[in-house]
Design a protein around this ligand. Structure first.
Ligand code: FES
Length: 126
């Protein structure tokens, strides 16, 4: 590096650059396995998973009309939007509901999140 060149430390994205977040993924049916993804701000957890080849059931196609995209937030709940009444209603139907459950299709990343994907074999496939 030339003497007159300064190393610029990593910083927040500049105007016009996309803001991205880290989605850490844990799997109920694969204990010990972790995947770390990067997703653009505002991307739903469902979309981020599917884009990266990670299966999450989504019977209604991501329009908040089923509960098959149920996920459990392990960290970063504050980095998701508040739950809508429609999400709350659909989530009531989810299998294995917890206090930190959300619908993957309705949970849009606003910061880093760690998510646990429930067993997917309950849907009759993988
Ligand atoms: S895919 Fe149906 S509610 Fe999310």
């Amino acid at each position: 590096m030339p003497a007159d060149t300064k190393e610029i430390p990593a910083a927040a994205p500049k105007q016009g650059q996309p803001v991205t977040h880290t989605l850490t993924v844990l799997f109920n049916d694969q204990p010990g396995v972790t995947r770390t993804l990067t997703a653009a701000d505002g991307t739903s957890i469902l979309h981020a998973l599917l884009e990266n080849g990670i299966h999450l059931q989504h019977n209604c196609g991501g329009v908040c009309a089923c509960s098959t995209c149920h996920v459990i937030i392990k960290a970063g709940m504050e980095n998701l939007p508040d739950m809508s009444e429609a999400e709350e209603d659909q989530l009531d139907e989810a299998i294995g509901l917890t206090l930190t459950s959300r619908l993957g299709c309705q949970s849009k990343l606003r910061g880093d999140v760690t998510v646990l994907i429930p067993q997917q074999t309950i849907f009759g496939g993988k």
